[in-house]
Ligand binder design. Structure first.
Ligand code: HEM
Length: 146
């Protein structure tokens, strides 16, 4: 229960971070600073020019791992709402990573970028609901122990 609480909090911070970084990349016109995948200009090492997009991808990786772990842990808890929101978050995070690649392949097509923003918002909403529910379940379980 404690691991689910911490994992969901870490997932929430990672998803929030990747969204803020994504909007920075977009607003600064850096969307095509890395045109290859999974490397960035042929390397995994960051440089100043590609830092924003590189960190966006790094946070996307952290968000992917933590959201999928959260979804797996949610199935250990008998709470259908938590299972639903956490599983939807896992589906959205995988979709979002694939969409990120399509954003670049499409050379920042406005429709694809808008869908990337829309799915990111749904992902954040599901992760937030999961983290709140996991926190409530953890607190209730602590109270019943006392
Ligand atoms: C959890 C995964 C991800 C989330 C939540 C996310 C979220 C976002 C958000 C909110 C934006 C700003 C969109 C806007 O302001 O209209 C953005 C931009 C962007 N994302 Fe992601 N992203 C994720 C993964 C990825 C990945 C894996 C890639 C690349 C392989 C990627 C590539 C981009 C690019 C290139 C932009 C800039 C688009 C532009 O210049 O208009 N994203 N992302």
């Amino acid at each position: 229960m404690r691991s689910l609480r911490y994992t969901s909090f870490f997932a929430l911070v990672s998803v929030y971070g990747v969204m803020v970084l994504g909007s920075y990349v977009s607003a600064a016109g850096l969307g095509l600073s890395c045109v290859d995948w999974p490397t960035c200009r042929g390397t995994f090492l960051p440089s100043e020019e590609i830092m924003a997009e590189w960190v966006h991808r790094l946070f996307a990786l952290m968000a992917g791992v933590s959201v999928i772990t959260m979804a797996a842990l949610s199935w250990r808890v008998r709470n259908s709402r938590l299972r639903l929101t956490a599983t939807l978050a896992a589906v959205f995070v995988v979709t979002q990573i694939v969409l990120g690649i399509i954003v670049i392949d499409s050379r920042l097509h406005p429709l694809v970028v808008s869908i990337h923003l829309a799915i990111g918002t749904l992902l954040f909403a599901c992760t937030l609901l999961s983290a709140l529910t996991a926190n409530r379940i953890y607190r209730e379980s602590m109270q019943s122990v006392k």
